[in-house]
Design a protein around this ligand. Sequence first.
Ligand SMILES: [Zn+2]
Length: 82
Amino acid sequence: MDLNLGPAQAVAELHRGESVTRCRTKNCRQRATTIARKLHAFGRSIRQIELCDRHAEAMAARERVRGLKLVDERGATCERLA
Ligand SMILES: [Zn+2]
């Protein structure tokens, strides 16, 4: 079976999280403020992880390099409400 799905067909979303869990990065003890969600083509969710700001940025940079479309939903609503 050859699915041939390129990374360009996947999307990574960043959402502001209210979560009180800790960052999922190994050895990171920061509180998770961002929920990173990866979606494959067809809109199927692959996985969701909670990350602190710093690691969310690191992940975003990594995914950008890999060619994923990045959707940053953080801040947009906050600024409008302010
Ligand atoms: Zn972290």
